[in-house]
Design a protein. Structure first.
Length: 136
């Protein structure tokens, strides 16, 4: 039986796969057969460890300044700053929904309201943002 010549990509893949298999077996032996502990270590190494490594190289992530973000939104959408601040507050219901479905739907409804927005909209949006903050 004649085996075709393997090129360098397949050779590299075979070596990488065999090293991965050896590491998996060694970590399973080190965890004394506890698959849950073994998978927990692999999850930490692959995901959380990678996140910590990138954070070490990039530096700590700073929280964005809400006022600066609102100013940028105001400039881009050509809306008043107060409307941009309220829209950012209402967007919390979209990105981080609360357990109150009616509150979430009210916030999304207010976000979808057409511009220009009047004082009635601002009062309703302000109250909705206050209730959203209370749920967080």
């Amino acid at each position: 039986m004649h085996l075709p010549e393997l090129n360098w990509i397949w050779s590299f893949a075979a070596v990488a796969l065999s090293l991965f298999a050896v590491n998996a077996v060694v970590s399973l032996i080190a965890s004394k057969g506890d698959v849950r502990q073994c998978l927990g270590v692999w999850r930490f190494v692959c995901f959380e460890g990678f996140g910590r490594l990138t954070q070490a190289f990039r530096g700590p992530q700073q929280e964005p300044d809400p006022l600066a973000t609102a100013r940028q939104l105001s400039d881009v959408l050509q809306i008043p700053l107060i409307d941009a601040e309220l829209s950012l507050g209402l967007s919390r219901a979209f990105f981080n929904p609360t357990g109150d479905l009616s509150l979430n739907s009210e916030a999304v409804e207010l976000l979808r309201a057409p511009t220009p927005r009047n004082e009635t909209w601002r009062a309703r949006a302000s109250e909705c943002c206050r209730r959203l903050s209370a749920h967080s």
